[in-house]
Design a protein. Sequence first.
Length: 308
Amino acid sequence: MQLSGQRFLVTGGAGFIGSHVVVQLLQKGAHVKILEIPGKGETLQEKGAELIEGDLRKPDDVRRAVEGVDGIFHMAVLPLNPSTENPRLCLEVNVDGSFNVFDAAHELGVKKVVFSSASSVYGDTLEVMDEQHPLMARTIYGASKIAGEALLRAMASTSKLDHVTLRYMNVYGPYMGFGLVHSVLSRIASGQPPTINGDGSQSFDFVHVSDVAGATVRAMESDVTDETFNVGSGDEKTVRDVVFTLLELTRSPLQPEFRDVQVPMLRRVGSSDKAARLLGWRATIPFREGMRRVVCEQLPQGAGAVAQ
């Protein structure tokens, strides 16, 4: 689908990944609407996006936002930790809310939906996961993403709705507000040693948010439909790699503290070869460069120099 001059809705468009998608769409000449809860999205509104305040759980709010758009990026979500704390809310937002989006897309003649899923659908495995790997989610969040994928596939099959599902690996970037990179930098900035659970050998596929946004936009732009893609860098890094890289980049004299606690997950690494073949997309930001960018943008002035 051509992006320039087309109208798109980004649910959760003021979120960590969604805001990067909105910016990239605006740069490509698209008209962008954002569906967000009240109090979020004003900065993107100033950049040219149309802000619609509403509740994903309310069908009328969703229909109002979907009206008149050519494509939808469904990115709004209740994240992992809040979903664990409140499973009922997870069901309402991630499952019922997704149904509302897909139903409105069908009823109002939207051409294409790109759904943001997550590697959590795979559960815990030591294997490198491609898109055919069994879906064995062990969290309510992962289960809700499986449900969203299934709903989109089923509802699209009864209409002419093109659709793509993206399973994001471990996304990182500046001002994420949660996760390993955020935690380590926050402790460094406050003069506290970063903590590592276990021996730090647990490993993940870390991918920069700008690359993830690029894959998301590309999924809409392409002619591909009825497909699911992993979105990762393909560069496996351990928790120790992350911590010591951030300590080095900030020139911090701190040493990490290792905690003798049980680690729930040892490895989550995915193959993104399918995205390269069918979407023509690969991550372009190397691990160290991505971490350097985060440090440059996020670390408070005076908290430490940035190594090159």
